[in-house]
Design a binder for this molecule. Structure first.
Ligand code: TYD
Length: 212
């Protein structure tokens, strides 16, 4: 019998640390599940046993920026091949907390790895695979810093200075301007309810498009 299942969709969440993307994840999952859709939530770096071990190294051990980019893509390939691609083929919708745009923003914008180097790694690791939709939660750097100052221990990236996050934010916004169909910038200084109504409209459009 021919397989009539439709491929799932791949949605990624991005933004500087403290932008509030995690706040909206449970709501996004519930919203997508409403019509009986199977939804899987994951994160990067991470998402597989090896990826989670790489995450611990990446978030806590000093290393050169290019090494960081290489390990991000090693974890990402593992994540895609073992988990993401098979699930999309089965029709599952996936929401991933950060993906390749984070490498362009953090290792590229933040740490100065040439964007051509990252693009070459992307091509080698993933071919032309990428998200169907990317939600960029945007806040000014000071707002992100305030939201991070909640008393917990900060990781290596979260301890960076304000200028680092200003470069990361700018890199996200530049990428979003260049690819505005896929990347949607959300003003995350708004109330959670206002952010959700913006998200609802964007997600509804993707769901409709997928049903065509
Ligand atoms: P984050 O997603 O913010 O998780 P948490 O909410 O648990 O702190 O943390 C992941 C960190 O990894 C974040 O500071 C950004 C960084 N990162 C990169 O530098 N490059 C990447 O490619 C990815 C996926 C993440």
């Amino acid at each position: 019998m021919p397989d009539t299942r439709q491929r799932g969709r791949f949605i990624t969440l991005e933004g500087i640390d403290g932008a509030g993307k995690s706040t909206h994840l449970p709501w996004l999952k519930k919203t997508l599940e409403r019509d009986g859709r199977c939804v899987w939530i994951t994160r990067e770096p991470g998402g597989t046993p090896l990826g989670e071990r790489l995450r611990t190294m990446l978030l806590h051990e000093p290393m050169t920026p290019v090494t960081e980019a290489l390990l991000m893509f090693a974890a990402r390939r593992e994540h895609c091949e073992r988990e993401i691609w098979p699930r999309l083929d089965e029709g599952t919708w996936i929401v991933c907390d950060r993906f390749t745009d984070a490498t362009f923003a953090y290792q590229g914008g933040g740490h100065g790895v040439p964007l051509e180097t990252i693009a070459a790694l992307e091509r080698a690791a993933l071919g032309d695979f990428g998200p169907d939709l990317t939600l960029v939660f945007d806040v000014p750097v000071e707002v992100g810093r305030e939201r991070l100052a909640d008393g917990r221990t900060l990781d290596k990236f979260e301890r960076e200075q304000g200028e680092f996050f200003a470069r990361v934010r700018e890199a996200y916004l530049r990428r979003a301007r260049a690819d505005s169909r896929r990347m949607r910038v959300i003003d995350s200084t708004l109330s959670p309810a206002a952010v959700r109504s913006e998200l609802a409209a964007i997600v509804e459009a993707l769901v409709k498009e997928a049903a065509l």
